[in-house]
Design a protein around this ligand. Structure first.
Ligand code: NAD
Length: 171
């Protein structure tokens, strides 16, 4: 039984991430979705907490009717030591056989630890990008169509757009 790990910040989880999850689930039995930088929130780059991001992903995957036994969602805080990061990730996750990432640093660190890494295909990266979505939220532009409905619901419930606008405000 093959277990895959997909690691990302998901600030927020968008339709590109959802396509990646569905595609990886075609290739593995169980997918571990690691929420990186889990201790960060309330900043321009990381507006949402690890727990809020977990809710967003859970809502989005439930909406897609992906069976619960096919995935796990695990918040993983960053550490100030890249060389030790893979061991740190392993302590949070069940054993995994392969990692999917396009992040150059993550790719390098897993490869140096002799873990198989595969790059998932990109889904309209220009449109489906966390940075672009956060910029739209700040600018008051339409962003809801770029994320699964469950994600938009969680962002609204936590007043996420107002939070993002207020944390970037100048004093
Ligand atoms: P992200 O949320 O930006 O992306 C998650 C994954 O989805 C990435 O592989 C990305 O390439 C992919 N993706 C994004 N948009 C896509 C699209 N439209 N189509 C297809 N794929 C798409 O997260 P990230 O920045 O890659 O996350 C890496 C995490 O690992 C961060 O939290 C980082 O801090 C953590 N990390 C920590 C350490 C440490 O603590 N020392 C070291 C390395 C990495």
């Amino acid at each position: 039984m093959a277990t895959a790990l997909l690691i990302g910040r998901y600030q927020p989880f968008h339709k590109g991430h959802l396509e990646v999850v569905k595609e990886i689930l075609e290739e593995c039995d169980v997918l571990v979705i690691g929420i990186g930088s889990a201790q960060y929130s309330h900043s321009k780059e990381n507006p949402f907490t690890g727990g809020e991001r977990l809710s967003m992903i859970a809502e989005a995957l439930a909406e897609e009717k992906i069976p619960l036994h096919r995935y796990l969602i695990i918040p993983i805080p960053d550490i100030n030591n890249n060389a030790a990061w893979v061991s740190h990730v392993k302590t949070y996750c069940p054993p995994f056989d392969i990692v999917y990432t396009r992040n150059p640093l993550s790719k390098r660190l897993f490869e140096e630890a002799n873990i198989k890494v595969k790059e998932q295909p990109l889904f309209d990266r220009h449109k489906y990008s966390g940075t672009a979505i956060r910029e739209k939220m700040i600018a008051g532009q339409e962003w809801e169509g770029l994320v699964p409905k469950g994600v938009a619901r969680v962002v609204k419930k936590i007043d996420g757009v107002e939070r993002l606008k207020s944390v970037i405000g100048n004093d």
